[in-house]
Design a protein around this ligand. Sequence first.
Ligand code: GLU
Length: 510
Amino acid sequence: MVRVRFAPSPTGPLHIGGVRTALFNYLFARHNGGTMVLRIEDTDSKRFVPGAEDYIIEALRWLGIEIDEGIGSDNQPYGPYRQSERRDIYREYVQQLIEQGAAYYAFDTVEELEQARQEMPNFSYDASTRSKMRNSLSLPSEEVTRLLESGEEYVVRFKVDPDREVEVDDLIRGKVVISSTQLDDKVLYKSADDLPTYHLANIVDDHLMQITHVIRGEEWLPSAPLHVLLYEAFGWKDSMPQFAHLSLLLKPQGSGKLSKRDGDKLGFPVFPLEWRNPEDGSISMGYREQGYLPEAVSNFLALLGWNPGTDQELFADPQEPISSELISAFSLDRCSKSGARFDFEKAKWFNHQYIQLIPVERLITYIRPSLTEHGVNPTDEHLRDVLLTIRDKAQLLPDLLPEVLYFFVAPTEYDAKGVKKHWKAETPSYLQQMITLLEELPCEASLDTIEQALYDKINGDELPMGKVMNGIRMALVGAPRGARIHEIIYLLGIPESIRRMQHAIDEIKL
Ligand code: GLU
């Protein structure tokens, strides 16, 4: 039975790379009929940011990444799922390692550690240096007992034996072997806040929660050998989860990892939702608020570091935010080791596609409030027809509003540049001829009838097509943009189209 977990630390808004990790866990869980757990790794009390946990839950919900167990779900068989609420559990396991001799107490103060760093070049707290430090391996046991009893602050460190080959089997990277000599005696627990560090809590919880696969970002790969040693020390090696470290998300240009600064510089969000920093009130933009559809974001992210082995890019599902086709196509062995370049234009392309693909009712729900703000309240049916006609013009959801609005609000002003370019001395006479033509058509003329009549007239009378159309467009839209002329006339209705043309003839002065 596959069990995966997404285990973010609530140190700020979830970065888009973190969202990708959550998505890959989810796709893997769903593909295998497994369980997706959400666990909050909040053991670093100094980096805790209020609001971050709610943000994570909301972001996952927006994207359609469903949580089956843990935080954000009522199903909590292995709870609590917030690590700060699991102190009693960790204390017990820390004690076990100490009793086994796999871990030890260290009393070095911040100053002493600083001094060691200055005295020894490339200082690392490990087998080569620990005898020179103040810990339960170097101090007499009465002294250790005295320090512990007097309430002296301490940490517990993992005792890493040198010269051992540590093997990490990774489903994406294959076998990685490193020497334990390169590892230091990592801190597992701090008495100051009675909390374990990430490494201990992460291993204990993955074991207790029976996690079968650890799918996470490449930045955690360096921790994996230590994690293997911890599993071994606890005697859990046989039930150790399988690792899969996802490739890095790279900057759109140049080398290195995608950062918030890249987004700020190039004008794209690196967070799923807008985030207000509680410390300084600064706002970071989010995909949702910029007008992306969640399915476009998840489809885009799915292809960053994974490919289906075919040319298929769109995995759309009218029913589900994350398509069943994507779920069945997903597999870890098609995840790549090399970094995935973050191509922001591609995100826009996906959004443009999804604006065409989703049920138009969703676009209605989205745009209705802005129309109301403009004092416009069309029927759903009318709005639907307009949206179906113009939705291919929008890349982001906010692009819809100007494309929709002119259907319901007649222009009162005319775009100056457009007038200069498209309104000529002869334009009013062309428009007059078109008015006459429209007056002869039945009010309920079909789209095809209107189109045919316009073209027959222009071609038959050998009028200049471009000039006539541009003139009509200026009159109907007020600017040189918008849907095709016969579509606009059809949706506005013939009487309103005539009114707008007449108004332009009266108003636009050269
Ligand atoms: N708490 C870690 C994070 O913030 C979890 C890493 C892991 O998945 O092991 O990403």
